[in-house]
Design a protein around this ligand. Sequence first.
Ligand code: HEM
Ligand SMILES: *[C@@H]1O[C@H](CO)[C@@H](O)[C@H](O)[C@H]1NC(C)=O
Ligand SMILES: *[C@@H]1O[C@H](CO)[C@@H](O)[C@H](O)[C@H]1NC(C)=O
Length: 325
Amino acid sequence: MEFTCLNRKALILVTVLCNFIMVSSLEVGFYSQTCPNAESIVSTVVQEALSAEQTVAAELLRLHFHDCFVEGCDGSILIDNGDDQEKNAFGHQGVGGFNIIEKAKARLEQVCPATVSCADIVALAARDAVVLSNGPSYEVLTGRRDGLVSNKSLANEMPEVNDSIQLLRSKFQKKGLNDKDLVLLSAAHTIGTTACFFMQKRLYEFPPHGGSDPSINPALLPDLKSMCPKGGNSERLPLDPGSERIFDDHILGNIKNGFGVIESDARLYDDSVTKRIIDAYVGIANIRGKALFNRDFAAAMVKMGLIGVKSGSDGEIRRVCNAFN
Ligand code: HEM
Ligand SMILES: *[C@@H]1O[C@H](CO)[C@@H](O)[C@H](O)[C@H]1NC(C)=O
Ligand SMILES: *[C@@H]1O[C@H](CO)[C@@H](O)[C@H](O)[C@H]1NC(C)=O
């Protein structure tokens, strides 16, 4: 099937059709015959982890994003195989949740050995983390296979906190994600925290004149500075001040009002297109608006979960998530 699609790439219509066919090689409930409890096992493990430490919800959500943006959603970020491993890439700093994925994998191996991919566990765990943070539920397409490559040199396409809106947009476009997806997926910052490491430039050396980013609301700036002193690195502060544990659309209002914490979120309000998208969600400040945001976020997550997926006989099903078979 892949071969046919490559041959016909010149025909836009056919390419669209081929993309659709390749995409549809994932399906909801891929393990319903081979491992009927796969999804409930993953969600139990995520639930256990969250009841011990609620902050890992954000880690699991972020992990899926970082997995998908390098080599596709194929578990390449999970591998431990030396200095060159993808996990060590600069752009993956602070990514976590690996032990939870490994724990789910171990339980799955007991029940249905060599069946459920680590890439699918990552995708399912991200969904469960959203649900358990009070966010929307959605069906996860499954059937991903695990990748055979993990190298930090492949992580150059990770969006960076100091990227311009144009660069963020083009990095997302390269993955098949549009401006609306960029806004909605950035809204994942409704939960979780950032290390002060990522705030230094924005607070103290903002180009071109130094000092702090003028787009930070003056009512927030002193707080940010006291939580993140100059030279501070490992202190952590909420990405969505006031609502960092609940998954909701509060972050978009924060971004609109200059209360966005990391620079890439703030940049979304500099551009007329992404600004309009934010304004549209913030403008419907009622239950219908929240439902719309939830629905659209879920759709964007499903789309992100399809980036570069391997299926059929590509890749492998790992026995453990941090090593190739
Ligand atoms: C638009 C490009 C993006 C940039 C530049 C970006 C950057 C960052 C940075 C710098 C942090 C702080 C990391 C730390 O200190 O541990 C962070 C945290 C986080 N990011 Fe993003 N991010 C982006 C998009 C996304 C997307 C698409 C998702 C998921 C759909 C996501 C989910 C998260 C979550 C949940 C956290 C909190 C992690 C925690 O509390 O441990 N981010 N992001
Ligand atoms: C990772 O990629 C670099 C650059 O292409 C290469 O030199 C290195 O050998 C690779 N490492 C592994 C373990 O494959
Ligand atoms: C963002 O920061 C990284 C690391 O400090 C740097 O390499 C890169 O050039 C910066 N990008 C921009 C657009 O300033």
